[in-house]
Design a protein around this ligand. Structure first.
Ligand SMILES: Cc1cc2nc3c(=O)[nH]c(=O)nc-3n(C[C@H](O)[C@H](O)[C@H](O)COP(=O)(O)OP(=O)(O)OC[C@H]3O[C@@H](n4cnc5c(N)ncnc54)[C@H](O)[C@@H]3O)c2cc1C
Length: 431
């Protein structure tokens, strides 16, 4: 039976949902934020780093009160084979200064904090409640059903993550296909803070973000990640779901191999695994973007496929927050016009275009296609590690100049000149 009516019901207290709830409640609207987990964030996982810009615009200097782990000051990209690795390291002092560029986070704490901001602003937060269905009247979404309870709203915001059953129920999106998503696994490995700072060569509470390409995914599309938290390391793998389905590998075994790799083993030595989680990541970019609005409904964050994985940058949190913000703007405008039909809610798409969300998704439209190139995950890590290893090898054999070393390694890694030139050009243009 329908009980109360809200201006907005938001499904999911992840970063997209809580941001929308916070901004709408701040504007004095009646907001219900529904989360199926026992607390916000309890069911959520990600690799480990949020770029700060989106949230800093909404809550300036949020890090002074938010449960962030470490500001990232050192970026590392590592190409690896079974027995070699070569890394590109970048440290930039400005990342360690305010406004901070990015932070490592643990979602259970961070999501709970962001949802509490929405509550403080006046939103009603209902945890441990799973929305089962949308209430639809004459093609217009008018509320939600959770078990026996029906709740009415002028507008529903689907912020229910990558699977978004709600966007599907509204007819805005089809079921996910394995080629559109990757599967991620992560371990949180506890270590004393001073050991983390020593091992990763950072001072104080500064942090490191490291991405891995190559043998960690057995040549399949995907990669590894490592983020340093205050007193733990987030370590994991992400592999394209369609490739994983076709292969005989199991992610759990790949994770064990990854941890045993000579590059990784010393970094996690003596650590204790305190958490293991798995989750899907939307990876097809704009190609998988659903219709973003309908009568009485908007779709935000992962539910809309707003994630960018460029191999050297993984972004979803800043997109989720900015799309939650754009949804809140559209709802405020709808409230002002007293029109929650798609005629007004279509403004959401305009706000997304004005923000970085659709601009960046559009700029990297071709990236998911480029990253399907299998050479990136086998032949190129082999080329990079083989060449650099040869540069540093002195064993009494006749000298070989760099160009010849490079040519020899190209051949060993089975990469043709034309392929190399084509991939370099395409990569430079798309990433
Ligand atoms: C392995 C992995 C690594 C990643 N690494 C990074 C990274 O390093 N940096 C980065 O920026 N992004 C990263 N991402 C992406 C990032 O996690 C997402 O883009 C972001 O969490 C999206 O936020 P969201 O609010 O849209 O969805 P979510 O965070 O998924 O939140 C959805 C919420 O909805 C709730 N919910 C779902 N269905 C219902 C229902 N029916 N009723 C009630 N509640 C419901 C869920 O419990 C959840 O709390 C990673 C993702 C994965 C999986």
């Amino acid at each position: 039976m329908a009980e109360e009516k809200f201006t907005a019901i938001i499904i999911g207290a992840g970063p997209a949902g809580s941001t929308a709830a916070y901004l709408l409640a701040q504007a004095g609207l009646e907001v219900l934020l529904i989360e199926k987990g026992p607390t916000p964030g309890s069911k959520n996982m990600f690799g480990g780093r949020m770029y700060s810009h989106a949230l800093n615009r909404i809550i300036p200097n949020f890090w002074e009160e938010a449960p962030v782990e470490r500001p990232v000051v050192r970026e590392v990209i590592t190409f690896m084979t079974e027995d070699k690795s070569v890394s590109l390291v970048c440290q930039d002092e400005k990342w360690a200064n305010q406004p901070y560029h990015s932070f490592t986070l643990l979602r259970a704490e961070f999501d709970a904090w962001l949802a509490s901001k929405a509550e403080e602003a006046g939103a009603l937060l209902a945890c441990g409640v799973r929305v089962d269905d949308l209430l639809i009247d004459n093609g217009r979404v008018v509320g939600v059903r959770a078990g026996e309870d029906e709740m009415l709203a002028d507008v529903v915001i689907a912020a229910d993550g990558v699977n978004s059953l709600m966007a599907q129920k509204a007819g805005l999106r089809k079921e996910l296909e394995p080629r559109q998503v990757a599967t991620g696994v992560k371990e949180v490995i506890e270590l004393p803070p001073e050991i983390i700072s020593q091992r990763f060569q950072v001072s104080g509470n500064n942090g490191v973000a490291q991405l891995f390409v190559g043998s960690c995914t057995k040549g399949m599309q995907g990669g590894g990640f490592l983020y340093t938290n205050k007193n733990s390391i987030s370590l994991g793998l992400v592999v394209k779901a369609a490739e994983l389905q076709r292969s005989s590998y199991r992610l759990v075994d790949m994770m064990e191999d990854f941890k045993a790799h000579p590059h990784i083993a010393p970094l996690v030595e003596g650590g204790q695994v305190v958490e293991y989680s798995a989750h899907l990541v939307p990876e097809a970019g704009l190609e998988m973007m659903p219709r973003l609005y309908g009568d009485g409904i908007l779709v935000t964050g992962d539910a809309a496929g707003f994630v960018l994985n460029l191999g050297y940058q993984v972004r979803g949190m800043d997109f989720a927050i900015a799309s939650g913000e754009a949804a809140a703007k559209a709802v405020k405008e709808a409230k002002a016009r007293n029109d929650f039909s798609q005629q007004t809610l279509r403004l959401y798409e305009d706000f997304l275009k004005q923000s970085f969300v659709l601009r960046d998704m559009e700029a990297y439209r071709q990236a998911p296609h480029f990253l399907e190139n299998e050479r990136l995950f086998g032949a190129y890590p082999d080329l990079a590690t083989g060449l650099v290893s040869k540069m540093f090898t002195v064993d009494g054999t006749a000298p070989v100049h760099l160009l010849n070393k490079f040519m020899g390694q190209l051949k060993e890694s089975r990469i043709g000149w034309l392929q190399l030139a084509g991939d370099a050009l395409k990569g430079g243009r798309t990433l």
